[in-house]
Structures are given as C-alpha cells and as structure tokens.
Design a protein around this ligand. Structure first.
Ligand SMILES: *Cc1c(COP(=O)(O)O)cnc(C)c1O
Length: 795
C-alpha cells in the first residue's frame, strides 16, 4: 500500500470514505491521522511478526529494559521515516492538498514520562531497534500521562491529558495477561522435606499487556514496547466488587508527575511491583517454552533497570526461582545477580528512593521477606570484609532505620551499576557510593547518555539534515560519528551561509509558533537564547532570570547601554506539589510581562514562556536555538540530554562543567562552548565543609543587591509573591549557589553576545557543535551497553 504514491492515495481515500462515510474534504485531521496511522501500523505488522518469529526461533539473548517511564512523544513521523516511506507518503498527501506535518500535528504525544529519564528510555528503544539488537521496553500503560500545562495569569495550571484517545499503535494481548498479587500473608509449608513459602489471601490484579511496535531505521527490525494495564480479574472473590474495581484500575491510572523527588505513596509502590511482577512472569513463561534448564536464564535474558523504580525485579526474580522453580537460595541468588543490571540517575539525596517497612511489608509480604533475607546475608558478607565496623555496615545495609533503601538493594543484587556521564560516575564511585565502590569495584562503570539523532536531527530538522547529507553523504544517519566530516567545511563560506539561512528559517518557524501559542511577536534577527527542561532549583532557571533582570536594570540606568537583541525562551513543567518551582514559573511570566511591554527595553530583550513543554514542542524548539542554557549547579545534573539535542542542531552552549557538558567541552575545545561557574569539586567541598555565605555576595555586589531587592520591593505587582525565592537565597543559604555563580555567568553571557556579532565565526562554532555531536547519539551509548554490560549481538 506504500509501494507507489498512486497506490497509497487510492488506499487512503478508500479507507477514509469507508470508515467515515464522508467526502474527503469533510474529514477532520484527527480522523485522517487515525486512518493513516492504521495503515502504517498494518505496514509495520509484517516485519513485526517476522521479528517476533525470528526471536522465537533463535536462541540469542534478549534484553528487557524496565522503566517506570517512557516518553516517546509522537510515533507517526518517526515510524514513517524509519520505514523509509516518507517520500511516497508526503508526495501522495501533497497531491491531496495536505502537508504530512498537519496530520502529524493531530497525533497526541505519548507522555508516559516526566523528562530526561523517560526520554532516555525512548531514545534507547529507537537505537536498539536501529542497531538490530534484541532489546524490548517494559513499562506501564498509564491512562493519563504527564499533565498538560496551561499558564493562567502567569501561574501553572495542570490539566489531565488523554493520549489514549486515538492512539493507533498498540495491540492488546489479553491472552498473555498475568495476575499480580498484593496484600494477604505468607504461609509456610513443607514439601519433600523442604521448607517452602506461599503468598495467600492476596488481592489479585490482572495485568494486561499492550504491545507497541518499535521500528528500526530501514532495517526491517521491529522490537516491542510492552505496556501493562491493570484490570480487575474476573473472580476477585471479594465482597465489595465496586471498590475492588476502583482500586485495581487506579494502579495504572496516573503517571506520578514528580521529576526528581522521591514520591512516597503506596500507589507508587503498587505501580512498581505491578510493572516488575507482570514483566517477570511473562518473561519466565516464554523462557520456559524454549528452555528446560533454568540455569541458562542469565545467558538468555538480561533485565536492565532504569533507576531504582523497577528494583523489585531483584526480589521478584528470587521469589519465582525459589518458590516456583524450587531452586535453593544460593542458586537463585547467583542467577539473579547475573541477570540484572542497573543504571543510577541521580545523587540528589531527596531523589534516592526509600520505602518504610510499615508500607512495604503488608502490601508485598513475600517480597519483603526476601528483601529481609537479602539484607541479612549482605550484612554478613560486609561483616566478613569489615569485622567490627558497625557504622559502615549500617550505612551500606539494604534495610536500616525501618526503611528499605532501594539503591542499596540495586547494587547488592545486580552485576553492573552504571552512571550516565563520566563526571556522574566518578562522583558515584568516589563520593556518594564510595563504600559500595570499594566493596564491588568491578560492578561500577560509565555509560554516557545519548539521544537518537534520527528523531532530534533527521526528523526535527529536515533542512539541516539535507544540507549535511549534501556535504558529507548520508552515511551519518547510520553512523553518526561521520558527522565529524563536517569539520572540513568550517572555512567554506558558501556552506556556512547555507547553515545561516537554515537557522534563520527554523527561527522564523519558531517565531510563528511563539506568536500563535504565547501571543508574543519576536524578532527572528535577535539571538534565540533557550532554556527548556523540567523546572527545578538545581537546574537554576533563576540564574537565567537574574541575567535578564540585570540587562533590564542596566538599560534603565544607562540609556546608552544597548545589548545585542536577544529573545529569551523558557519551557518547563513544575511538579504540581513543588512550591518553589511554581514560584519560578510565575517569576518568569511576571518578568516577561514587564520586559515585553516596556518600549525602552523590548527592542533589545524579549522573554517568552512556552507552555506545555513536551517532546513534540521540543522538536520545534531545538532546531531554532542559538544558545543552549545548561546552567545547573555543578555536580547536580547527572548527565542531561537536552544539552545534546541543542548541540546536534548547532546551538552553542553556555553552561557549567556538569553532567555531559564536561564531555561536550572536552570534544569541542574552549572556543566552541562557554563555560562558567563553580566546578563540581568546589560545590561538593562547600557542601561538606561549609563556608558559603550568600550575604557576602548580596552586600558586595550592587547588581545582586538590586535584583534580590526587586523580588520583594514592589518592582513586581505583588510584593509578597516572590518572597519564598528571596528567602531561598538569603535565609536558606542559597543551596544551589545562584549568587555565587552570578558574576561569572554575567561575564560569560557578555562573551556570548560579543562572539555572536562576528557572524561567520559564530557559525563556525555552530558547525563544530554539529560535527562533534555524533558521540552523543544513543547509538553509541547503546552499543556500549550491548558490548560492555549485556553482551548481546545484532539479530
Ligand atoms: C530531552 C528532554 C528532557 C530532558 O532535558 P534536560 O535538559 O536534559 O533536563 C525533558 N523533557 C523533554 C520533553 C525532552 O525532550
């Protein structure tokens, strides 16, 4: 049906009319999307079935990537691109007077994640399939993904979103459903003289899988993303069936909208066990169909846990091996610890998961028993290594002070622990997890994050992609390291001019989006300076705000001060319960109102807050960016991936030496990135030894003094609104070193403005960023996981 545009048009029109019984021009975009999506899904299914058959027949190792979040965004465009039917489709649609992008816009984002962690999982799935590797995603089919954000009077307001309406890509597999038990108690009994345990009187929830195809880039490989949905079982055997139904469905109703804070809710723990248990039951079942010897498990199956949210895979696999497969503890432990690998995503202590025993034990009685035993044995091992060191052992224990420490469980129960950027891994090894590193040095390794350059460059920026292919051929699409060949064009005036005109075009497109969405007219000739990411104190959107206030104040003081025109763009969702983050959103919007409406300053600076930052909006933003704001407090951003999406689209970074910025700087050299601020060592030393006094900066620097005062002196309409932000800096000792890094940031921003004015030399920097971005493709990251951790081969 996609072999020629004529054939495509005919099928498309026939199906539209058959389905809706209306003439073509009366059918909405949404309905057109639905039909086109179904056609594409049908087209995928042949390769999908063939891939599944191949897996069934072959005995190669399979990887299951368990993640509580996946943030794929839209599927239509990337599926069409990966299938290689883009030209047929867009030309056919053009004949019908439609632009493919208009139909793409009718697809809702699959927003089953908060930010970087979920987006990483989605990029990894794309790379696994595109590298023909046998790796599948396992997640939760939340009925409502991340909330939709609206800005009303400058405040964030959250609305539920409905991504499942018109979601064409999934296939429900009711015959593969499994039951997941909660509550109840553990009974012991003897069988063949052995003491055994079983979980009885449980409330059972039916886990029903929905599979979504993951299409590799023009290689006929289609992997799966399996999303589990909670449904009532047919015979719950309970009195209050209505309540049972309600509580069951609640398990997969909502994604928790928390980015880095630990969410200590019982429903969250239910979600975690639900994902893990459903996934493992179905993996064991298909393993058992193929193999007799359970000891082959680690050779044939790899389970990767994305952060600690799926860490209950460790006790759950132990439970299955002991209670259901009849293995000894020692055998089961050896299989488990050779199967599971773990990625750590953060060292922020508020984000390290800990579950109180009083919550875990009644909900998951058998699982808790096993964790308890894991802890006993782990502490004995520690005792043998460090006899008498009670303090050390207590600090490393899996259970301490009435809580289960999920990261400790992950480290004890897996064979590989990786950080997500060089700096982050070093901080893990030598600071946050140093005791574990000393005990298990061989387990620790680094896998610097990446992004799929197919979505973030090839799909998001077709103009730049075409220019690149014209210059160096299209080998970079499969081998992104070839982007480095672009370095040969850094003195090619014609090439640089083409680069300039593409950036201009993408800026104009974003400018019309900003006019449409935010009602703000911006000058496409101004510098597009962009910070888009979740709103969090450590990411320091506040520092960016302070730079804008500084420019504003200088313009007001000195009528001859005229900065090079800039448009400051923000996009950020705050967790609904995160009071400070919401205040910063309000501050950005209050500042935008002041700046944009003031004719003395608005020819030079404009501030735009784009509401509802998500994957599809991100795809419009990165190609238009000239300055990428990556200004987290050094040591706090484990890697960042937004930084890489900017880089590959030719934006130049202003940033701290944090996360993957460090490796970007290493590759780019100091001429092509603007680094400022405290180094991670300095931050960590301040934090361990004290000595930072924000008041010193407040008193010594008039610029800081003025800006801080403006937060509370009526400069903004409501003088009390921003008091909490003022207090965070002065009364609460400015935990994220905003005042400490202010002057270094302002100086560097001046360097940026100066550098920008030499257009050719700026464009060379931009080109160098594109050329050096190949390393940050998730193809490279996934190849490192495949070789270094999973030991898997292409299908
Ligand atoms: C890449 C991405 C993120 C992560 O951005 P960081 O700057 O690394 O925090 C968050 N949300 C969306 C929608 C993204 O595409």
């Amino acid at each position: 049906m996609f072999s020629s545009k004529e054939e495509f048009k005919e099928t498309f029109l026939r199906r539209l009319e058959m389905t809706y019984g209306k003439s073509f021009d009366q059918i909405s975009r949404k309905d057109q999307f639905y039909i086109l999506g179904q056609m594409v899904k049908e087209y995928i299914s042949k390769d999908w079935i063939a891939s599944i058959e191949k897996t069934r027949a072959s005995k190669t190792k399979q990887i299951y990537y368990l993640s509580i979040e996946f943030l794929p965004g839209r599927f239509l465009g990337s599926n069409v691109l990966n299938l290689g039917i883009m030209d047929v489709l867009s030309e056919g649609l053009k004949d019908l007077g439609i632009d493919l992008s208009e139909i793409e816009d009718a697809e809702a984002d699959a927003g089953l994640g908060n930010g970087g962690l979920g987006r990483l999982a989605a990029c990894f799935l794309d790379s696994l399939a595109s590298l023909s590797l046998p790796g599948h995603g396992c997640g939760i089919r939340y009925k409502h993904g991340l909330f939709e954000q609206k800005i009303i009077d400058g405040y964030q307001v959250e609305y539920p979103e409905h991504w499942l309406h018109g979601f064409v890509w999934e296939v429900k597999k009711p015959n593969l459903a499994v039951e997941v038990p909660f509550w109840g108690k553990v009974e012991s009994y003897t069988e063949d003289g052995k003491l055994k345990f079983r979980h009885v009187d449980a409330v059972k929830v039916l886990a029903v899988p929905y599979d979504v195809p993951v299409v590799g880039y023009q290689n006929k490989i289609v992997n799966s993303l399996r999303l589990w949905s909670a449904e009532p079982t047919i015979y719950p055997g309970l009195e209050d069936v209505a309540r049972y139904k309600r509580e069951t469905e609640a398990v997969t109703e909502f994604l928790y909208p928390n980015d880095t804070h630990d969410e200590g809710k019982i429903l969250r723990l239910k979600q975690q066990y639900f994902l893990v248990s459903a996934t493992l039951r179905s993996i064991i079942r298909s393993f058992r169909k193929k193999y007799i010897d359970i000891e082959l498990f680690p050779e044939k199956v790899g389970l990767h846990i994305n952060d600690t949210h799926p860490v209950l895979a460790i006790p759950e696999l132990m439970r299955i091996l002991i209670d259901e497969e009849g293995l000894s503890w020692e055998k089961a432990w050896s299989i488990t610890t050779n199967t599971i690998s773990y990625t750590n995503h953060t060292t922020l202590s508020e984000a390290l998961e800990r579950w109180p025993i009083r919550i875990m034990e009644p909900l998951l009685p058998r699982i808790f028993m096993i964790i308890h035993e894991i802890n006993e044995r782990f502490c004995e091992e520690l005792w043998d290594a460090y006899p008498g060191s009670w303090g050390l052992i207590e600090s490393m224990a899996v259970i301490a002070h009435g809580e289960v420490k999920m990261a400790h469980l992950a480290i004890a129960g897996s064979f590989s622990i990786n950080g997500v950027a060089k700096l982050h891994t070093e901080i893990l090894k030598h600071r946050e997890m140093r005791n574990f590193y000393q005990f298990y040095p061989h387990k620790f390794n680094n896998k610097t994050n990446g992004i799929t350059h197919r979505r973030w460059l090839l799909k998001a920026n077709p103009e730049l992609s075409a220019l690149i292919s014209e210059a160096i051929g299209d080998g970079w699409i499969k081998h992104p390291e070839q982007l480095e060949n672009l370095k040969g064009f850094s003195s090619d005036q014609t090439f640089l001019e083409k680069l300039i005109s593409i950036k201009r075009k993408k800026k104009e497109q974003l400018a019309s989006r900003m006019l449409k969405n935010a009602g703000i007219q911006v000058d496409p000739h101004s510098i597009f300076d962009i910070q888009v990411k979740r709103l969090h104190a450590y990411k320091r959107q506040l520092l960016n705000v302070f730079h804008i206030m500084y420019l504003y104040n200088r313009m007001k003081e000195d009528k001859y001060f005229k900065p090079y025109p800039r448009t400051f763009v923000f996009g950020a969702k705050a967790s609904p319960g995160y009071y400070y983050a919401k205040k910063v959103i309000k501050l950005i919007n209050s500042l935008a109102e002041k700046v944009n409406s003031d004719p003395e300053v608005n020819p030079y600076i404009k501030v735009v807050f784009l509401e509802n930052y998500n994957v599809s909006l991100a795809e419009e933003i990165f190609p238009a960016a000239e300055i990428s704001e990556q200004i987290s407090t050094a040591s706090k951003e484990a890697s960042g991936t937004g930084n890489m999406k900017f880089m590959i689209n030719g934006a130049v970074t202003i940033g701290t030496l944090d996360g993957a910025n460090v490796e970007m700087a290493e590759r780019l050299g100091q001429d092509n990135i603007f680094i400022f601020g405290l180094r991670s060592e300095e931050v960590l030393n301040y934090q361990s030894s004290g000595g930072y006094r924000p008041y010193d900066y407040y008193h010594a620097d008039d610029r800081i003094h003025l800006i801080c005062s403006q937060l509370i002196n009526g400069f903004f309409p409501d003088a009390e609104e921003f008091e909490p932000i003022y207090d965070s800096l002065l009364a609460e000792n400015d935990q994220y070193f905003v005042l400490r890094d202010f002057s270094s940031y302002i100086e560097r921003q001046k360097d940026v403005s100066d550098a920008y004015q030499d257009q050719l030399s700026w464009t060379k920097k931009s080109l160098m960023n594109i050329a050096m971005a190949g390393f940050f493709s998730s193809d490279r990251t996934i190849q490192e996981y495949a070789d270094g951790i999973w030991k898997i081969q292409p299908i």
